[in-house]
Every structure is written in structure tokens, then in C-alpha cells.
Design a protein around this ligand. Structure first.
Ligand SMILES: [Zn+2]
Length: 250
């Protein structure tokens, strides 16, 4: 290929530069253009990054400059993975092969809540590391469900954002997570302040394919161009109260 400075370079297997190969016939170029076009809305492709960029730009216009964060939940040490593990009790792979799976078969084990009554601590019995690894190898889907539960349930609770399994499409239903002012923030906020929106994309790492989420958190500000803040600008006592509230939350 020829780079932007006119220097010939090897593409070294980089599919995103395949359209810049030297010596492509018009038919080959058309096939590549078609492939780029068709995969632009296909999850898991490199081309969808452009669509993600457009969404993020739109979010920045509405919610302001966000904070960038990454979470990588570990499936190795996840109790969620064991909770989402599914197998048949009569499966010879279990009865003959791995009888140690037996206590962890079922939709309610291990329990979500510990047996402690003081509400301050929570002890949940989990199998040892080797068995956890065997379980996730036998049923890899449980690791994916564990990741989704971390992203859809744990993460929003940590940052005080309302999120449901149908987000963001729930906004088109009669019971959206977003309020009429475009905010998904909980009234009391989360561990790092109060956030109106969370937008991100899932990525898999090269070596092991470990799923992680890159996301932007939009901090609650007075600058959102909604009727809410338009009204707040006209209503001086309300705006003062809101500024004090923001100071306290931050
Ligand atoms: Zn929702």
C-alpha cells in the first residue's frame, strides 16, 4: 500500500487498509467497497467503529464532554459465571465425567445473597479456581452472561445510572429508563458523582478474547439544552439551589 505521505508500506495483515493495496482491479475494489459498506452496521466488525464514532459525537453534543473509562470483569474470579452455568444433571459428562459440577447445577446456585444476617458482610461459597475454570470451559456462554450482568446490572448501580436489559431501545416503549429531560441519572447519583448518560462499546482482547467495555460517562451539568435547564436559567432561585446541589454532589 501507499500511505498518506506517498511511501510504500506492507499492510501486515491489517484488513482495515486492504482497500489501499497497490494493483487492485476495479472488480476487486468494488468487492472491498461492498464489504466495507455491508459490515458498517454489523456488530463485531472493524467498520462499525465509524458508526460508534457518530453515536458518540451525537452524545457529546447533547450531554457535553464525557469521562472515558474501561471495565474488564474477570470471568476467572466471577461468581456470576457459576450462577449462569447450565448443565443437565443426567448428562453422562456430569454423572461420569465431572461429578464435582453437581452442586453448581441449577438456576439459583450459588445464591445471590449470603446467609449473613448483619447486612454488613456477605459470604457466598464458590468452588475453587480450578473447578471454576473447568465450568467456564464446559459452558463458555456462562462467562458471556456474567459479563453482560456485570455491564447491565453492576456497572449502572456503581455509577448511579438507570439501565435495563432493553436499553437504549426502552426509550421507544411506554416505560423508558430515561426521564423526559434525557437523563438516566439516579436521584442520589453513584460512586463518582451523578451521570446523565453512559454510552460504550464492547471489545474483545486479542490474545484470550477477554470481553471488556470502553465507555463514556456524561457528568450531570447545567449545560444540557433541555427545557429543564432552559427553565432553570430563567428561574434564578431554582438555578442557585441547583448549583449548590451540584457542588455538594461533586
Ligand atoms: Zn432501559
Amino acid at each position: 500500500m501507499v500511505d498518506d505521505h506517498g511511501v510504500r508500506k506492507e499492510i501486515r495483515g491489517d484488513i482495515s487498509k486492504i482497500h489501499r493495496l497497490i494493483g487492485l482491479s476495479p472488480l476487486q475494489q468494488a468487492v472491498i467497497r461492498n464489504m466495507f459498506f455491508m459490515s458498517a452496521r454489523l456488530p463485531g466488525t472493524r467498520q462499525i467503529r465509524k458508526m460508534i464514532g457518530h453515536l458518540l459525537t451525537g452524545a457529546r453534543i447533547v450531554y457535553g464532554v464525557p469521562i472515558f473509562m474501561t471495565v474488564t470483569p474477570s470471568e476467572r474470579h466471577s461468581g456470576w459465571s457459576i450462577r449462569f452455568f447450565r448443565a443437565r444433571r443426567s448428562d453422562p459428562g456430569v454423572t461420569v465425567g465431572n461429578s464435582e459440577f453437581e452442586p453448581f447445577i441449577g438456576y439459583a446456585v450459588p445464591p445471590l445473597y449470603g446467609s449473613n444476617v448483619d447486612c454488613e458482610t456477605c459470604d457466598v461459597e464458590l468452588p475453587e479456581c480450578d473447578l471454576r475454570r473447568t465450568i467456564t470451559h464446559r459452558d463458555p456462554l456462562c462467562a458471556l452472561y456474567a459479563f453482560l450482568a456485570n455491564v447491565r446490572v453492576v456497572l449502572p448501580h456503581l455509577y448511579g445510572v438507570r439501565m435495563c436489559p432493553d436499553c437504549p431501545h426502552c426509550v421507544q416503549t411506554s416505560s423508558p429508563c430515561m426521564d423526559i429531560f434525557g437523563s438516566n441519572a439516579n436521584p442520589i447519583g453513584g460512586s463518582a458523582g451523578r451521570f446523565d448518560a453512559l454510552v460504550g462499546a464492547v471489545e474483545a482482547q486479542k490474545a484470550e478474547g477477554v470481553l471488556h467495555l470502553h465507555f463514556f460517562l456524561s457528568v450531570r451539568t447545567n449545560g444540557i439544552p433541555t427545557p429543564h435547564t432552559e427553565g432553570a436559567r430563567r428561574n434564578v432561585p431554582y438555578a442557585d439551589a441547583k448549583a449548590r446541589c451540584l457542588e455538594a454532589v461533586r
